[in-house]
Ligand binder design. Structure first.
Ligand code: B16
Ligand code: MG
Length: 219
């Protein structure tokens, strides 16, 4: 078997921080006086902080804010978000993820993180996952938001594995698109309706190990 690159998104795949992003943006929407639904939140997943803010303001029909005002809102959202994630512990790792990672021992794989978040390192420390990855590409290392493939291409480059031999695990529509644009296979983790462009969709990592993954992709 060729060496395979496994690239994991963070929020919503390894740990359920997606709900904290939602809560923090919802507070901002409440303060600005408009509704923000879980369905609308799907369009913010995997997207950078400033792009997320632009989309949120679009939902609220709020225009003409200065760059400074937008930066203040993004900073406030991040403070709220950081206050949530500062309480994370290893117990926040989603069901089955530890077991899946353990199933990689002795396999010919490189393991990378491919996250849009600038808070990724804080989260990895909180959940004690720093040593799990051979490469970490996060929001501090990329210029373009998913669906741009930059984050995954950088992860593959750092693993020194060709894109065609990489598999991406993603919970966001934008992330699945990014994986496909990178020329990688995509496993959607979560909702079938939202992730329908993925090569394979799993509800989560429970009952999913690397043997199953190899069978699915004839590795
Ligand atoms: P931050 P992922 C993404 O992380 C989140 O899905 C997205 O909702 C968030 O806006 C983005 O990170 C930026 O996060 O504000 O912490 O830099 O899913 O790519 O791991
Ligand atoms: Mg995600």
């Amino acid at each position: 078997m060729k060496k395979i690159g496994l690239i994991f998104d963070l929020d919503g795949v390894i740990v359920d921080t997606a709900i904290y992003h939602y809560k923090a943006w919802k507070t901002i929407a409440d303060e600005l006086g408009f509704d923000f639904s879980l369905l609308q939140n799907e369009q913010l997943k995997g997207v950078s902080r400033m792009e997320s803010l632009d989309r949120l303001l679009g939902f609220g029909g709020i225009k003409n804010l200065t760059d400074e005002e937008k930066l203040k809102l993004a900073e406030r959202k991040n403070k709220l978000y950081v206050s949530f994630i500062s309480k994370l512990t290893p117990e926040a790792v989603l069901p089955g993820v530890d077991q899946f990672m353990n199933s990689l021992a002795f396999e010919n794989v490189g393991v990378a993180l491919g996250s849009a978040s600038k808070n990724a390192m804080t989260i990895l420390k909180q959940i004690e996952y720093i040593d799990v990855f051979n490469a970490v590409i996060d929001g501090t290392k990329v210029k373009r938001s998913k669906p741009d493939p930059e984050v995954f291409l950088k992860a593959a480059a750092e693993l020194d594995i060709d894109a065609e031999n990489c598999i991406v695990f993603e919970d966001a529509e934008a992330g699945i698109k990014a994986a496909k644009l990178a020329g990688m296979k995509a496993i959607g983790v979560g909702d079938e309706q939202i992730l329908k462009e993925a090569n394979l969709i799993i509800p989560g990592f429970e009952n999913f190990d690397f043997e199953t993954c190899k069978r699915q992709f004839n590795l």
